[in-house]
Design a protein around this ligand. Structure first.
Ligand SMILES: [Zn+2]
Length: 152
């Protein structure tokens, strides 16, 4: 996949900061979170949420991967993750793909059938939806590959 140049620069800047911290202060070997359960033994430099990406040690905390993930999970990201449950969004939320998504009413076989039938052109999305117990909008997503993108 092509990345926009701006994002690329941003990514390399971020990795530069991490590289700098590792070389100057060493790779973290402890977790700064007082509530850390100590189970995860991989540590990284973690940017404080209210700080910008800089090469300043004071803008970072040492954290294990487990705490880091929780620390980075803002309300906004959580909302986004919840929304993604309804849409197939590639690699963003792994468990949201197709049948593993608890909200889905279809299975892969039905998705193929719906697309095939709609392509024949003798049926409206609304009627297809009624047959499979889903809304017209859901049919629209299926045939336009907004959902179930991983099924050909
Ligand atoms: Zn921790």
């Amino acid at each position: 996949m092509k990345q926009k140049p701006k994002e690329l620069e941003w990514a390399s800047y971020k990795s530069h900061c991490h590289y700098y911290l590792n070389s100057k202060f060493g790779k973290p070997k402890t977790c700064d979170n007082p509530d850390c359960n100590g189970k995860c033994k991989t540590y990284d430099w973690c940017k404080k949420t209210d700080s910008e990406y800089t090469c300043n040690r004071d803008d970072y905390l040492r954290m294990c991967r487990s705490c880091h993930r929780k620390y980075d999970m803002t309300d906004e990201k959580l909302e986004q993750a919840k929304k993604n449950l309804y849409w197939v969004t590639g690699k963003k939320v792994k468990y949201a793909v197709g049948e593993r998504c608890p909200k889905t009413k279809l299975n892969a076989k039905q998705v193929v059938e719906i697309r095939k039938e709609y392509k024949l052109g003798n049926i409206f999305q609304k009627d297809l939806g009624a047959r499979y117990g889903i809304s017209q909008r859901a049919v629209c997503s299926v045939v336009n590959r907004l959902s179930w993108r991983h099924i050909k």
